[in-house]
Ligand binder design. Structure first.
Ligand SMILES: Nc1ncnc2c1ncn2[C@@H]1O[C@H](COP(=O)(O)OP(=O)(O)OP(=O)(O)O)[C@@H](O)[C@H]1O
Ligand SMILES: [Mg+2]
Length: 230
């Protein structure tokens, strides 16, 4: 569904993505783990067209979207929940969601408020008045209302309490049940293991490891010290 082939991205002279290959099957959750600064956010921004790649391809289904502008990538069915959420602080919950609404979405506002009970109670509150967990759910709701085929989640669990992370896991699994293909970038290994169909590890702008959660769990101690701990 989403395929990266030899993706390269530079910031000036700094070569961040150094040939990323990633094949995400339709309707599955693919998690990407990696230490700080290896290029996870750069990969997501490159997919979304926010940063231009210097080489390689990005495909959604059979469409080559390499180098497309962000609004065209979004129209092709890719939605982005950025690191740090970036919801609009001065808009209400409802207004935040409506910003991305499409007339024919499978996820109209009413359904989203049903799905996220905490948002329903806060529908008239401004973004800045929400807790971290509520902001994260709002960021996901805002992305869903555009009816995406592919959802890019950049460290959604960051700063959330364990109970809220569990709620987040429920929502991510629900996306899969609804046929949405999910790219989950995470530092929270437990969350990634709990929801992903495939786990990938990025080191210095390249994918170096890929496994199912069961295999990953068996190899975890070795993998963790080799690729993930500082
Ligand atoms: N706009 C930018 N201009 C120049 N360098 C950047 C820019 N954004 C990121 N970088 C650098 O690119 C490298 C990869 O950053 P990126 O944010 O993609 O990493 P990450 O894996 O998402 O890290 P984290 O886990 O901290 O979110 C880092 O060395 C970072 O300093
Ligand atoms: Mg990042």
């Amino acid at each position: 569904m989403l395929k990266l082939e030899g993706l390269n991205t530079h910031y000036g002279a700094s070569h961040v993505l150094q040939g990323v290959d990633l094949d995400m099957p339709r309707g599955q959750i693919s998690a990407v783990l990696g230490r700080n600064g290896v290029g996870k956010t750069t990969m997501v921004k490159t997919i979304m067209g926010l940063v231009a790649p210097s080489g390689g391809r990005v495909r959604v289904g059979s469409t080559d979207i390499t180098g497309w502008a962000p609004h065209l990538v979004a129209r092709e069915g890719v939605a982005y929940v950025p690191e740090g959420r970036l919801i609009f602080p001065d808009l209400t919950v409802m207004e935040n969601i409506r910003v991305g609404e499409r007339p024919t979405t499978r996820w109209p506002l009413a359904r989203l408020l049903e799905l996220f009970p905490s948002l329903r109670e806060r529908a008239a509150n401004r973004g800045s008045q929400l807790s971290g967990g509520e902001q994260q759910m709002l960021a996901i709701a805002r992305a869903l209302v555009s009816d995406p085929k592919v959802m890019l989640l950049d460290e959604p669990s960051q700063g959330l309490a364990p109970l809220v992370v569990r709620e987040l896991a429920r929502v991510i699994r629900l996306l899969r049940e609804e046929g949405v293909t999910v790219l989950l970038v995470e530092q929270n290994m437990k969350l990634a293991e709990a929801v992903a169909d495939q786990l990938h590890i990025m080191v210095k702008g390249r994918m170096v490891y890929r496994a199912t959660p069961a295999v990953f769990r068996a190899e975890e101690a070795a993998i963790r010290s080799r690729f993930l701990t500082v």
